[in-house]
Design a protein around this ligand. Structure first.
Ligand SMILES: Cc1cc2nc3c(=O)[nH]c(=O)nc-3n(C[C@H](O)[C@H](O)[C@H](O)COP(=O)(O)O)c2cc1C
Length: 184
């Protein structure tokens, strides 16, 4: 099973990207968590460009989402919402609306900020956007507040509760992506 991990931050030392790296380490056997590194290359959404020949960056995002069994998002909070680059990429992913690559796709959202509330507003916004697009949003969540105090200089998590929360989010996400077996 392949879980695509999408960070809403483009920052090199992003705490959100670091959370996803830790999710990579927590993945159980048979599950590959793969960090998406193309967000910066997704151009501003323009419906006139949204054709068969859509920009390579937008196409790549759609293709990576389509190839994943599930998607794990980690978002910072920018001015009480999600970063523009993440919203923009999701606007590309949402078209064509009825058959978009996120429709019925299991997704989960976690978030980190240096502020006191762990990006809870941004996470709520992101869940709303993903639900509107048609993704299946799992309820488990992790909100990392004061992120600068939760990691050491090497990027290791200092907080076991957060690690356990991340493992739980991953477990729920993987569970939602398992095919349903119907008894004969
Ligand atoms: C433009 C901008 C707006 C921000 N707005 C908020 C905010 O509304 N609430 C909050 O808790 N933190 C806010 N922050 C702080 C970020 O959440 C913090 O820098 C976080 O570490 C960024 O995530 P990253 O480490 O993954 O890059 C803002 C930061 C920036 C750059």
């Amino acid at each position: 099973m392949r879980v695509l991990a999408v960070s809403g931050s483009l920052r090199h030392d992003s705490y959100n990207t670091q959370l996803l790296r830790i999710a990579e380490e927590l993945a159980p056997p048979g599950v590959e968590v793969e960090l998406y590194d193309g967000l910066r290359d997704v151009p501003p959404y323009d419906a006139d460009d949204d054709t068969e020949l859509a920009h390579a960056g937008a196409r790549d995002f759609r293709e990576q989402l389509a190839a994943a069994d599930a998607v794990l998002f980690a978002t910072p909070e920018y001015n009480a919402s999600i970063p523009g680059q993440l919203k923009n990429a999701l606007d590309w992913a949402s078209r064509p609306f009825k058959t978009n690559v996120l429709r019925n796709k299991p997704v989960a959202v976690v978030g980190a900020t240096t502020g006191a509330y762990g990006a809870v507003w941004a996470q709520a916004e992101l869940r709303k956007v993903l639900g509107t697009i048609g993704a299946r949003v799992v309820p488990a969540e992790v909100a990392v507040a004061h992120a600068h105090e939760r990691f050491d200089e090497a990027g290791e998590l200092l907080d076991d509760e957060i690690r356990a929360g991340l493992a739980e989010v991953l477990r729920e996400l993987i569970g939602a992506a398992q095919p349903v077996v119907v008894a004969a």
